[in-house]
Design a protein around this ligand. Structure first.
Ligand SMILES: Nc1ncnc2c1ncn2[C@@H]1O[C@H](COP(=O)(O)OP(=O)(O)O)[C@@H](O)[C@H]1O
Ligand SMILES: [Mg+2]
Length: 661
């Protein structure tokens, strides 16, 4: 699975969010359980105390009944009436007591337990109550009070209405334990009995009475009022109390869905098992009729210590659950606010981390575009700061490397250009040299062939001239022949000199001296009278190895050409200098003559190239000079601009080794 591309900030925040939410959920889960348990267990403790209070109310009622019975039994008149068998009076007296104190029954028996007066149902008398558990116990203890189950036939003796008050049909109850019966015909009574004795402590009779708890809500309502102050929650009683006869609700203020007292319903199976079967108190939540309650149940026992019912108090669980929920809601809201606050803090604190990184991203993009001068400005003294520093250092190094490369490229280009030019020049020179060489061969061949015949012509014409009469008309002609032949001989000599130059005779020479000697020979001529000389000799110059006579010939040629070009009028500049590296000496001859045409420049060093009129120039001067300089491993070059004059430059190598040969 491909994860979506999030920014670094989003990733950090997401991770934090996951951690926070996970932590929040866990603490919410455990927190809610803790809060719930704390609140519920506190409520549970309260209910436990409430049950004790309920017992007090219950026992108070028992004591009330006991007091009524014992006090009535102790009244003097009653003893007398029994002794005298005044049943009418007893009925009246006792009935008044019963009505005054709200007892359901109040009955008098004789000392054997045979009913004498039954205030509630005076017609039914004479039955034997001596087997009644409470009366049996009372005979040992004078006065006794206890809850007791009264069977229907006993209740019927007190009247059908009382039996009907006790009668309850079971109402199907969820979670209740199944029972074979479907109704309850007996009732539960708080019953007290007291003996009536004469002065001699002989038992005259037994007075017993009590109240039926079935459908009597006095105790449970008093518990509700005194313990729970009648508090309500959403229209329902918060606190409830119930008296069970066995597992059947006979007196309660727990309401069913129709908001009626839920008598006839039964206790849940769990409570039934714990309290009725095992005789243990039940203090826990329990499902009561239609709701969950925080409850406390304890068994009600009869005089034989047998469990006959249950006393219950309970509080609706809902208010506590709601409180828990409210607490948790408040907690959740607070936690959410904290998360929001954390996120805000996180957002701003990540900015401190992210910003330098973003700067670096921008910088890399700039650098990728070629802007190497871009610098990341991060001042933090942490890993990011170090990263930025290394980054800046890297770009700086990159920049210098790049600059070097560019420069190197430029010099390379320049060098290539220079070398190409040199190569082209060399090629041109080579071509020139070859051309001159072939021309030289031709010229040499011709010169060689005509040199001997010319010699013969010159000798014989000389002889003829010596013998000839000066007055003879042939004399002048002969003289011309001799002169022209001599000229031819000179040309041929020059030609041979050019074609087969003599090997130079090398010696250590001072070049400035050679230039001066050459010049001194020339300046005596009329041609130089109006020429101004400028001399710029570098001194001292290293001596070079050369043939001084041959060099003198070269310099004389160049100086003469310059003077002829200027037509005896102008400035001739002579200069000498050592090259920068000191490897050769340069001698320059600059004139202010007319200059050389571009097309002539190429042919300047060819033998017989001359622009001078026939008879004046042979065109061999520069050709010979060229071959001499070549023999010296030097070069001869010309620069000229039309109208501004020409400059001839002779370069000669300074060869240190030769110096020591
Ligand atoms: N300084 C100069 N100024 C102008 N042209 C020159 C100069 N030197 C030489 N020349 C040209 O070069 C040609 C060849 O010279 P060179 O070989 O000495 O032969 P010549 O002097 O016999 O003509 C000359 O005819 C002339 O046209
Ligand atoms: Mg010349």
């Amino acid at each position: 699975m491909q994860l979506p591309h999030f920014s670094l900030r989003t990733k950090i925040i997401l991770i934090f969010l996951i951690v926070i939410i996970l932590g929040g959920l866990l603490s919410l889960f455990f927190g809610s359980r803790l809060v719930k348990n704390t609140i519920i267990s506190q409520a549970q403790t309260k209910v436990k105390h409430d049950l004790a209070s309920a017992w007090m109310v219950f026992n108070e009622k028992l004591n009330d009944i006991k007091d009524i019975i014992s006090l009535t039994a102790a009244r003097e008149g009653v003893q007398e009436d029994i002794k005298n068998n005044r049943q009418d009076i007893l009925l009246k007296k006792l009935n008044r007591v019963r009505e005054e104190h709200g007892l359901d029954i109040l009955t008098l028996t004789d000392h054997k337990g045979i009913v004498m007066v039954r205030t509630r149902n005076p017609e039914v008398v004479g039955d034997d109550q001596s087997q009644d558990e409470i009366i049996k116990w009372m005979l040992k203890k004078d006065v006794v009070v206890k809850p007791q189950i009264i069977p229907r036939e006993e209740l019927l003796k007190e009247g059908k209405d009382l039996a009907d008050q006790a009668y309850l049909e079971f109402i199907p109850t969820p979670k209740a334990a199944p029972r074979p019966e479907n109704k309850e015909t007996s009732g539960m009574m708080l019953k007290a009995a007291s003996s009536i004795k004469d002065e001699n402590n002989t038992i005259l009779g037994v007075l017993y009475g009590g109240i039926l708890l079935n459908r009597n809500y006095e105790i449970v309502d008093r518990v509700k009022e005194t313990v729970y102050k009648g508090e309500k929650y959403k229209g329902r009683d918060k606190g409830t109390a119930t008296i069970f006869q066995h597992d059947l609700r006979i007196s309660t203020n727990v309401k069913n869905e129709k908001n009626e007292r839920a008598i006839g319903t039964r206790v849940s199976k769990e409570v039934n098992n714990a309290v009725l079967k095992e005789g243990k108190p039940w203090i826990d939540r329990a499902f009561v009729v239609s709701d969950w309650y925080i409850t406390a149940y304890e068994p009600i026992k009869n005089i034989d210590d047998k469990i006959i019912g249950i006393l219950y108090v309970g509080m609706l669980e809902r208010p506590y659950i709601d409180t828990t929920k409210r607490v948790m809601l408040a907690f959740t809201i607070m936690a959410s606010l904290c998360v929001v606050l954390l996120l805000v803090i996180l957002y701003f604190s990540t900015t401190r981390i992210i910003n330098p990184l973003q700067k670096m991203v921008v910088a890399t993009q700039e650098i990728a575009k070629g802007d190497l001068s871009h610098e990341v400005k991060v001042n933090s003294k942490d890993e990011i700061g170090y990263l930025a520093d290394s980054f800046n250092k890297m770009t700086a190094d990159l920049k210098t490397a790049n600059e070097k490369l560019v420069e190197w490229g430029k010099t390379l280009e320049k060098k290539v250009e220079e070398r190409t030019k040199e190569l082209a020049e060399m090629q041109a020179h080579l071509f020139e040299a070859e051309k001159l060489a072939s021309l030289g061969k031709l010229a040499a061949g011709v010169a060689h062939e005509i040199n001997n015949p010319l010699g013969s012509i010159l000798i014989y014409s000389h002889l003829l001239l010596e013998d000839a009469d000066k007055k003879s008309p042939h004399y002048e002609n002969l003289k011309k022949v001799v002169k022209e032949t001599s000229r031819c001989k000179d040309i041929v000599k020059s030609l041979l000199e050019f074609a087969r130059p003599k090997e130079p005779e090398m010696s250590l020479i001072n070049i400035n001296e050679i230039v001066e000697t050459s010049l001194s020979i020339m300046v005596r001529q009329a041609l130089f009278q109006n020429i101004r000389l400028k001399k710029m000799y570098a001194s001292p110059l290293p001596k070079i190895v050369a043939d001084s006579a041959q060099l003198q010939q070269v310099f004389t040629n160049i100086i003469l050409n310059a003077a002829e070009a200027m037509n005896g009028n102008g400035v001739l500049t002579l200069s000498s200098s050592l090259s920068e590296e000191g490897s050769y000496i340069e001698v320059k001859f600059s004139d202010t003559g007319p200059g050389i045409k571009e097309e002539d420049k190429k042919r300047l060093f060819e033998p017989f190239f001359s622009t001078k009129e026939v008879g004046k120039g042979t065109g061999l001067g520069l050709a010979i000079s060229y071959s001499i300089i070549q023999k010296h491993q030097g070069t001869i070059e010309v620069k000229s601009e039309a109208g501004k004059g020409s400059t001839f430059t002779v370069k000669l190598p300074v060869t240190e080794e030769r110096e020591h040969e």
